[in-house]
Design a protein. Structure first.
Lengths: 278, 357, 282
């Protein structure tokens, strides 16, 4: 991407942009050849409806755990719809929800829990009813090769093991607590980490022997940790809802992106990252 | 067969030093000996190397070469804390957080005395300095003269065999100075080991020291008793210090031909390289070339500057001969002396003093 | 000695102890205006915190044992970190200010590195060095059975890592400004360099050390990133006030504001108390 193109896009975002201005700008930057290119792509694109040509940029606020899969989807989307760009703001769902309710200019919100999405719907900041597009399940992350032979949630209660959990104030911590309660287990970790990534990192750095994190996180860490599934995780499955926002600057493109996420193609990408179908 | 004296022949034999310190743009190379009880003053202009010499004696600046022996003991490699040397620093450097008593007790305490013992020793020294009433005062409450005496007591309390004083009176105002100088002289006279004093003030040096060593550019240019040096200065710096006009030239009989051209007639009969000196008060000035005077020792000069010296006026003259002349205020007014005017200067041969260089 | 040497020395002696004197003079506007803006800028967020504080729920929060636990741990660990910084940092400052060794400039730059390092990175670096699997930590574990992460000791280490540079810089500055000839005077009186440092230099630079210690303490008290990364978060053991505030912020912003207020009030009380006792010493 050239520097000027990037700058142009940022300028558009900042200016808060009328559709007319957007169209004018994209018309300037697109040529005949790209037009034909895009129509060719549209034919093969199953996810997008046969709608008028899409253009402009959208901003998607998404939970941090969606980073890898959504970045892949962005590439697919922009290839399918030349002239569009997808910008992301990845972060903790609570933080993102707070930013949206304070007026951040976002088109789409993909949250890691129904609870955080509720913050936005409560303020009537969504344009569509949130739909669950994936679910995430807990898994135990152990050191590579599982040297401590952890095979169940109960194994984590051994006093010789250093286990880290997420703090109860963040979703993965609340879910882990739910699972522990369901199993009637009492587990004293060495630390309640501030988010799922730091919990996982403690195992990656071999400071902790095990952590209770999401399946997707175990998958993202590759060979640095080994995942151990446990049945109690079924009691604490996280739904990931997605919704178009009321003040979306570019609802047309935003809808198309949501459609891609829910399409078979999108689900496949998300599945590879460890997410479950809704 | 020669008898070599044992290297550690103890007993007070005094100071025997050859100090060589080389730094970027500066080279100090002086030989310094002093007998026990002797007070030696290092005199010289700023930047001459006096303080460097003092620091080398104290061990605060390492020697580049040379030797340092005190009462037969080799001190070259000894760190400052192990040298039997006491220092009175220029601005005294009394520890501001300690009382006068604890400042003086600091040395004995470091030498291993108990707190009580060192305080007793310190109290004795303060008593000797007449400072008992100020024992509990912090340094900033002391007057300049009192601080100077505390500094001296602090240096003496370690019973040094070499006492070093760096410009001991420079930090004092003129009135205190007179007082403190005579007290210091008394204390130094009582001191039985070697004392080396650094100063740029000739009066301090002459009053306090038995012997003067004049240093310029890191080298000794002259040494001797104060009286000797005052009478026979050998450099412009010393001549200026003691208030004499000084010239160097070659003598043939009663005439000394100066390197700069003119000649001076003197009463001494000498041959070879000599110095000629005469005081500014021996010079007589005229506005017009005097007729009744012999042409000897008569020079045409120009007034370069005028300066008041007490009740007299000193004229700085340039021209055939550069010299300083003293006149009364009245005399200066009668001659209508202003910078730039031309005058004729004469000196009687009987008032000059020539000596071999 | 050169001329500049002498005048410098004399000036040093004169300015050694500035006299306290209050002079009334007109405050120049180019200084007053930005100064006032700076003050407003620094205070405004704190005022906002006060305005939005949930005063009604404050009493129940303050009596909660969790809060007390976090506060106690914060005060203890910040004080311990300051003590560590003093014991190790003052000698380091002396070495930097008073000795010559190759690469001293580089060492000084390295000492200040924790100041620019994002604290979380500092925490990761500490894990890599002192963690169970760290460069040094693995030997601590193998030889002595000591593992530092997730312990209160780790909190103190993390806080010391972040706070010590403040102390070192402050003390080194004071040492550089202090006249080194006092140390020389002490050695001519028979004091070893260490005795000279202990009995002369240390009392002389005490105000600078106190200022540095207060800075370090304040920094340690507010430390978050390095602590949560290196020591983790466990109530009563490694959960200091800033960690409690951060986690409360996740789902109960009001509680977070209240906790922040407690931390602020305690720091102000301690700092104001120390300033009066230490920094105005004779």
């Amino acid at each position: 991407m050239t520097r000027s193109a990037r700058r142009t896009r940022r300028t558009m975002q900042v200016a808060g942009v009328s559709v007319a201005a957007l169209l004018a700008l994209s018309a300037c930057s697109s040529s005949g050849s790209s037009d034909s290119d895009s129509s060719a792509k549209t034919k093969s694109d199953t996810s997008s409806s046969a709608s008028p040509k899409l253009s402009g940029s959208i901003t998607v606020f998404a939970a941090a755990s969606l980073k890898e899969s959504f970045t892949t989807l962005k590439t697919d989307f922009e290839k399918a719809h030349p002239g569009t760009t997808v910008n992301f703001s990845f972060g903790g769902s609570d933080t993102l929800a707070a930013q949206i309710t304070s007026g951040a200019p976002a088109d789409v919100f993909a949250a890691a829990s129904a609870k955080t999405m509720a913050i936005v719907t409560d303020k009537k900041d969504t344009a569509t009813t949130p739909a669950t597009f994936v679910r995430n399940q807990l898994e135990i992350a152990t050191l590579p090769g599982n040297p401590d032979k952890v095979s169940s949630l109960k194994d984590l209660t051994k006093s010789s093991l250093k286990v880290v959990l997420c703090d109860k104030t963040v979703p993965c911590g609340a879910a882990a607590q739910k699972a522990l309660d369901a199993a009637k287990l009492k587990l004293t970790p060495v630390s309640y980490e501030e988010d799922v990534k730091s919990a996982l990192n403690k195992v990656v750095l071999k400071e902790a022997d095990a952590a209770v994190v999401y399946k997707t996180d175990v998958k993202a860490a590759g060979s640095k940790v080994e995942g151990v599934e446990f049945p109690e995780s079924a009691n604490a499955v996280n739904d990931y809802p997605i919704a178009l926002l009321k003040n979306a600057p570019n609802p047309t493109v935003a809808k198309a992106f949501i459609a891609l996420v829910q399409s078979a193609e999108g689900q496949q990408v998300l599945n590879q990252a460890g997410f479950l179908k809704p | 067969m020669t008898t070599v004296p044992p290297p550690d022949s103890h007993g007070p034999t005094g100071l025997d030093a050859h100090l060589v310190v080389t730094r970027a743009a500066f080279h100090l190379d002086i030989t310094l000996t002093a007998a026990p009880g002797e007070v030696v003053a290092l005199l010289g202009p700023n930047g001459a190397g006096k303080t460097t010499a003092l620091r080398a004696l104290a061990g605060l600046t390492p020697l580049s070469a040379g030797r340092l022996r005190l009462d037969g003991e080799q001190l070259d490699g000894t760190p400052p804390e192990s040298r039997p040397v006491g220092v009175v620093f220029q601005d005294y450097l009394l520890f501001p957080h300690l009382t006068a008593l604890d400042n003086v007790a600091f040395g004995p305490r470091c030498q291993g005395a108990t707190k009580a013992e060192s305080r007793a020793v310190a109290a004795g020294w303060l008593d000797r300095m007449g400072l008992t009433a100020h024992a509990g005062d912090k340094p900033r409450r002391l007057s300049g003269g009192q601080a100077q005496r505390v500094a001296l007591a602090r240096a003496l309390a370690t019973r040094p065999r070499l006492l070093l004083l760096d410009e001991p009176l420079a930090a004092l105002d003129a009135r205190t100075r007179l007082d403190v100088r005579s007290q210091l002289r008394r204390h130094l006279a009582e001191f039985e080991a070697v004392a080396v004093l650094v100063t740029h003030d000739p009066l301090d040096a002459m009053v306090l020291a038995d012997r003067l060593i004049v240093i310029e550019h890191g080298r000794i240019v002259q040494q001797g008793t104060p009286a000797d040096i005052a009478r026979h200065p050998r450099t412009d710096y010393i001549a200026h210090l003691v208030g004499l006009n000084l010239y160097r030239g070659r003598a043939e009989g009663h005439t000394v031909k100066l390197e700069t051209g003119p000649a001076i007639t003197v009463t001494e009969e000498l041959t070879g390289d000599v110095f000629v000196a005469f005081p500014p008060s021996a010079v007589t000035l005229f506005r017009d070339r005097p007729t009744g005077v012999s042409a000897r020792n008569l020079w045409r000069c120009e007034v370069a500057g005028l300066e008041t010296h007490g009740d007299r006026i000193r004229a700085d003259l340039t021209g055939e001969l550069s010299l300083a002349a003293d006149l009364t205020t009245v005399g200066a007014a009668e001659l209508d002396l202003r910078p730039g005017v031309t005058v004729w200067a004469t000196v009687k041969a009987t008032q000059t003093h020539a000596y071999p260089a | 000695m050169t001329k500049t040497d002498e005048s410098g020395a004399a000036a040093g002696a004169r300015t050694g102890r500035p006299r306290r004197r209050r002079v009334r003079f007109a405050v120049p506007l180019p200084l007053l205006l930005p100064g006032a803006v700076a003050l407003a800028f620094l205070l405004l967020p704190l005022v906002a915190l006060l305005l939005r504080a949930p005063w009604s729920s404050l009493p129940s929060l303050l009596t909660s044992p969790d809060v007390w636990q976090a506060l106690q741990l914060s005060l203890f660990s910040a004080t311990a970190a300051t003590a560590v910084s003093l014991v190790l940092g003052v000698p380091l400052a002396w070495l930097l200010a008073r000795t010559e060794f190759p690469g001293r400039g580089l060492v000084r730059a390295l000492v200040t590195l924790p100041l620019v390092l994002p604290p979380v990175v500092g925490g990761v670096a500490l894990l890599l060095a002192l963690g169970r699997n760290g460069v040094v930590g693995q030997w601590l574990d193998a030889w002595f059975g000591i593992t530092l992460p997730f312990t209160t000791t780790a909190v103190v280490i993390a806080e010391s890592f972040v706070a010590m540079p403040f102390l070192v810089i402050s003390v080194e500055g004071t040492l550089r400004a202090a006249d080194p000839r006092y140390e020389e005077a002490a050695t001519t009186l028979g004091a070893s360099r260490f005795t000279a440092f202990r009995r002369v230099t240390l009392p002389l630079i005490a105000p600078g050390i106190a200022a540095g210690a207060v800075l370090a303490w304040a920094r340690a008290l507010g430390e978050f990133g390095a602590t949560i990364t290196f020591a983790g978060n466990f109530p009563g053991r490694t959960q200091t006030m800033p960690l409690a505030v951060y986690l409360a912020l996740q789902n109960d912003p009001e509680a977070a504001i209240a906790l922040s207020l407690v931390l602020l009030a305690v720091s102000i009380a301690v700092l104001a108390g120390l300033r009066d006792r230490w920094m105005t010493a004779p």
